[in-house]
Write a protein that binds this ligand. Structure first.
Ligand SMILES: Nc1ncnc2c1ncn2[C@@H]1O[C@H](COP(=O)(O)OP(=O)(O)OP(=O)(O)O)[C@@H](O)[C@H]1O
Ligand SMILES: [Mg+2]
Length: 452
């Protein structure tokens, strides 16, 4: 037998190298290159996505394959997916360990099984009895849910062929391996192979497949980026340990808009939908305390009011601390630098901590202005109750317009927010609006501080 060569593959982009390197020269990622056995993919039949071997007219294709959706009957989840899960759709669900991925998908399995459909739940991480115990606890036992505790891909595919399920859940993609490859389960080649083969079968049989993906310590999906390209939809399940809020975010969706979210509450009976997330997130917002502001967050059709908190305190270290939870630390550094320059204040002897209450990860630029206002509120110890804000900050301190202005304003009005500090470019006018074109103007108007 010919001994297989060792190759080095980048976990981020899937590029191959003959030797190990600290940095991937293809995508620039550091520490992403791992050692693997070279696999001969060429011998296998090529990847095909179903019965599209002959070309058909586009108009005809559309008529033939009108998107048929399966409802999970978990309302917020169906909405987030764009009205249910499409037949043949492949969804990748990722999240930190213990966040509740298996719980959510067992609940989804139960809801689908209740409608009389057959669901195959493949568990590579837990035994069947562990899944049964969870099912008992969250009341999700159904004779239509079939459990397969196996990690061999060929066996999984045989089971799909024999059972002919209406819905497939794989928990998780990193635990399953193909015996045609030599690399171990969870390696780049295996993850790519498992997801590609399951995508192939999903498209052929027109059944939805949900793959659970583990995340790396940086919070990215373990495995090559290729995995995210293969699947139709990528969803992240987020939340904070010790906190009951869980947020499902749709990051990519070929069958609906990305940026949609669904909020859940983790209980001993499983995940409960939160139909009105804004009041849920603001329920414990303190009154009369500095360093807290409301931010209408949205990256899709559903805005949610979240509380942004900042704490500015005298440092005892030579280098002041900057800590951020739910917000990128680089963003905090940039905003701090803008604040120092524009407002002529000294923050180098202060520690700054910021937090998004509820464990949500906020990446959109609209959080810049409220974040800056929360820091200033804590710095001057001046509370800003009943004020909401959104707007992007430029490096010269200008406040720039952001997307979904109308949706954000409507959500703030629903919650009777008294003042809304927003970019000048917003056309609408309301007495509660404080329109600003720069950070300085915002601070002067909100805090009545004139000595900058
Ligand atoms: N008896 C219980 N009461 C309340 N919550 C529970 C109970 N048992 C488990 N949980 C919650 O469920 C979580 C684990 O859920 P689950 O196993 O679905 O997570 P997971 O994301 O699949 O984890 P993993 O990455 O380990 O597979 C726990 O962290 C805890 O929050
Ligand atoms: Mg799990």
């Amino acid at each position: 037998m010919v001994k297989k060569k060792t190759v080095y593959i980048c976990n981020e982009c899937g590029a191959k190298f003959p030797t190990w390197a600290g940095k991937c020269s293809a995508c620039g990622a550091w520490g992403s290159i791992v050692e693997e056995k070279e696999e001969n993919f060429n011998k296998r039949k090529s990847f095909s996505v179903g019965d599209t071997a002959r070309a058909v007219s586009l108009s005809q294709t559309l008529e033939e394959t009108l998107l048929e959706r399966i409802k999970t009957n978990i309302l917020t989840l169906d909405e987030a997916f764009g009205g249910g899960v499409v037949k043949g759709q492949v969804i990748l669900l990722s999240g930190e360990p213990g966040i509740g991925k298996s719980t959510l998908l067992l609940q989804v399995a139960y809801q689908i099984a209740k409608q009389g459909s057959k669901v195959l739940y493949i568990t590579g991480e837990e035994s069947s009895s562990q899944v049964y115990i969870r099912g008992k606890r969250i009341n999700a036992i159904s004779e239509n849910i079939f459990i397969l505790a196996d990690t061999n891909l060929e066996n999984v595919l045989t089971n799909i062929e024999q059972l002919n399920p209406d819905f497939v859940i794989l928990d998780s993609v990193q635990t399953v391996y193909s015996s045609e490859l030599e690399s171990s389960a969870g390696s780049v080649s295996q993850v790519r192979e498992v997801s590609a083969r399951l995508t192939e079968i999903a498209k052929q049989k027109n059944i939805p497949v949900i793959l659970i993906g583990q995340v790396t310590k940086e919070g990215n999906i373990a495995g090559p980026k290729v995995l995210e390209h293969i699947v139709d939809t990528v969803a992240h399940f987020e939340g904070e340990r010790g906190n009951a809020y869980r947020v499902l975010k749709i990051v990519k969706n070929r069958f609906g808009s990305a940026g949609e979210i669904a909020v859940f509450n983790m209980t001993s009976k499983g995940l409960e939908e939160v139909k009105d997330p804004s009041s849920f997130f603001l329920s414990e917002k303190p009154q009369g305390k500095s360093g807290s502001i409301i931010f209408p967050y949205t990256e899709g059709s559903k805005p949610v009011l979240v509380e942004i908190q900042a704490l500015v305190s005298k440092t005892v270290y030579a280098v002041p601390q900057r800590k951020a939870q739910g917000i990128d630390i680089n963003k905090l550094s940039i905003i701090t630098a803008i604040l120092e320059k524009e407002l002529n204040i000294f923050l180098k002897d202060r520690d700054i901590f910021v937090n998004v209450v509820g464990g949500m990860q906020i990446k959109e630029p609209a959080v810049d202005l409220p974040l800056a206002l929360a820091i200033i509120s804590s710095f001057y110890d001046k509370p800003i109750d009943n004020i909401a804000s959104f707007g992007e900050l430029g490096l010269t301190g200008e406040v720039r317009s952001v997307y979904y202005t109308d949706l954000r304003i409507k959500e703030c009005e629903k919650f009777k927010v008294k003042k809304l500090v927003i970019p000048k470019s917003v056309e609408e006018y309301q007495p509660s609006f404080v329109k600003v074109s720069s950070l300085k103007e915002a601070v002067v108007k909100v805090f009545n501080e004139k000595n900058f």
